[in-house]
Design a protein around this ligand. Structure first.
Ligand SMILES: NC(=O)c1ccc[n+]([C@@H]2O[C@H](COP(=O)([O-])OP(=O)(O)OC[C@H]3O[C@@H](n4cnc5c(N)ncnc54)[C@H](O)[C@@H]3O)[C@@H](O)[C@H]2O)c1
Length: 526
């Protein structure tokens, strides 16, 4: 995980790569480099003369060398790529792994108008009117590797502003297969269209009925970009995450005619995201999806990491796959309508992050909790961004939860069991259960690992200031049974995530049964 520090602009001749690169760089205060200029500087020859003299293959080799050199520079960069660079497999791999690739796309007529007779563009092989459509066909697949697709038909200033806005403050999550973009910004809802796969012509929007205004706005922006959009509006909530609903959604995708290049967009809380991701993962053996979370919990937690799935009668999230979204777009403005109880419950996860990693969230929470609870847009944007960064960093290192990702389960051993015992409904929300679970895990951390009790006092104070309880009513026998049945346990061994101190979690800790019973007793309200 990291902030975005390299943008590479790709596109057909006339798409404005060099001009837009300079303008984006100006807006972000970064440097701009042009690969063709780099080659000209090192070889003393223009791209046109190398291609006509030595052939295209020789030029592609020089391009790759120039790209490698540019990518070694330490400063943030906007790179204008030669149009054919992305068609070379090695260059495409470097670009998609090490940069955020932006495809500047415009209609053939626009490009032809800009390129004129194409005299200085050897790859056109003649007049632009014939060359552009031919190049488009040849490079279509390569362009589809881009992370972001921007309409380059407008003035370069407007195109540059759009790119700079989408990238400024965004986070890049790097996972084994693909890097993706996490945007947290008021107004980001209108940018979803930038993150669709390059070849997408259809979208199935799985939208929570509770966010109708946001859904209408999103549909309007998708349709105005020429994307055929089928809206499947669903009632958010745990009852949505069933095998049957997933089956119905898959059938809807089929009826809507979605193809492999098309995309599912999830607009809703964690339940909509989990279901939509699962449906996207299984339709045609997996198509792309973009997650647009609309609850605070989904923004700070479930939106990132690619865990998707549905519940089974035996328990929660028991059927599913890891299927990373193409992008996660968080627009804090949509939180205005979330009800106070579920909004506050998400703070359990934010407090959790501040306990499992060393983060500025600790001081931020102390000073800005009241502004956060009052839904101040700047404070929320900052806290969501930091939470996303933390989750992204943890997930990036361990996509399939083979190791360190388990630290995210701090407070969840007891929390999940409480939720299960309460029937996964409104009686006890996920965050409320996690708050109680963190209190229990905190007590055990002091007892078993010698965690300073002041660290846990701070945690409990924050939980209290968020309006969350550290105790709840439950049947201890039932909760113990659920803890033993949790799918995260290997065999009969219950592995706890506890803290050696704030910011220093340890996973797989074995805790004596008597201590577990003691902790459960301490968090049981009577
Ligand atoms: N995939 C993961 O990594 C992961 C992590 C944590 C939790 N989860 C899952 O997330 C789910 C919980 O997510 P949640 O808390 O977002 O619950 P949710 O999706 O049920 O949303 C809560 C309620 O808020 C409504 N809602 C959503 N956005 C709204 C808005 N902006 N304004 C008004 N109402 C709105 C919904 O309709 C619903 O009634 C659980 O199923 C949990 O298992 C998944």
């Amino acid at each position: 995980m990291s902030a975005i520090r390299r943008i590479a602009l790709v596109g057909l001749p006339g798409s404005g790569k060099s001009t837009v690169a300079r303008l984006v760089a100006q807006r972000l205060g970064w440097d701009a480099v042009d690969i063709d200029d780099e080659i000209a500087r090192s070889s003393g020859r223009s791209a046109a003369s190398i291609i006509s003299g030595d052939g295209e293959a020789a030029f592609r080799d020089l391009e790759l060398i120039a790209l490698e050199q540019v990518l070694r520079r330490p400063d943030p960069l906007v790179i204008a790529c030669g149009g054919g660079l992305i068609t070379t497999a090695a260059a495409r791999r470097l670009l998609t792994e090490l940069t955020t690739v932006v495809w500047l796309d415009a209609a053939d007529e626009v490009l032809i108008g800009r390129v004129g007779d194409g005299a200085d563009r050897p790859m056109l092989g003649g007049p632009a009117a014939a060359g552009i459509p031919q190049l488009r066909t040849g490079r279509e697949r390569a362009h589809q590797a881009a992370h972001i697709r921007v309409s380059a038909g407008e003035a370069p200033e407007a195109v540059a502003t759009r790119i700079a806005t989408a990238v400024d403050g965004a986070i890049r999550v790097h996972l084994a297969e693909r890097a993706y973009h996490v945007e947290v910004r008021p107004g980001a809802l209108d940018d979803v269209v930038l993150h669709l796969p390059g070849g997408a012509t259809r979208v199935a929007l799985l939208a929570d009925r509770a966010v109708r205004a946001a859904s209408e706005r999103l549909v309007a922006s998708l349709r105005s970009a020429g994307i055929a959009t089928t809206v499947v509006d669903v009632p958010g909530g745990e009852q949505l995450k069933t095998w049957e609903t997933a089956g119905r959604m898959l059938a809807r995708l089929g009826t809507a005619g979605l193809q492999r290049n098309d995309c599912v967009v999830a607009l809703g809380g964690g339940t909509v995201g989990d279901l939509a991701g699962f449906v996207a993962a299984t339709y045609l053996r997996g198509i792309s999806w973009v997650n647009v979370p609309t609850t605070l919990l989904a923004m700070v937690d479930s939106g990132i990491g690619g865990k998707t799935g549905v519940n089974l009668p035996r328990g929660k999230n028991l059927a599913g796959v890891i299927w990373q979204p193409r992008a996660v777009i968080c627009d804090p403005e949509v939180l205005a309508t979330q009800d106070d109880r579920s909004f506050r419950s998400a703070f359990a996860e934010i407090v959790k992050y501040s306990m499992i990693v060393e983060t500025s969230l600790v001081t931020d929470l102390d000073s800005s909790l009241d502004r956060l609870l009052g839904r101040d847009s700047d404070a929320l944007t900052g806290a969501i961004r930091e939470s996303c960064s933390i989750k992204a960093a943890i997930v990036s290192g361990d996509e399939r939860e083979a190791g360190n990702r388990a630290v995210l389960n701090y407070g969840h051993t007891v929390g999940h069991a409480l939720e299960a015992a309460a029937g996964f409904g409104d009686r006890l929300l996920h965050g409320e259960a996690v708050a109680v679970g963190m209190h229990a895990a905190g007590l055990l951390s002091v007892q078993v690992l010698g965690c300073p009790s002041g660290d846990i006092d701070w945690q409990d104070e924050m939980i209290g200031r968020c309006g969350l309880a550290t105790t709840t009513v439950f049947d201890p026998g039932q909760v113990l049974d659920h803890m033993r049945a949790d799918k995260k346990n290997v065999g009969d061994r219950l592995g706890w995530v506890l803290l050696e101190a704030s910011g220093r979690p340890r996973t797989g800790v074995t805790v004596p049964e008597a201590a577990v019973l003691g902790a459960l007793d301490a968090v049981r309200a009577r």
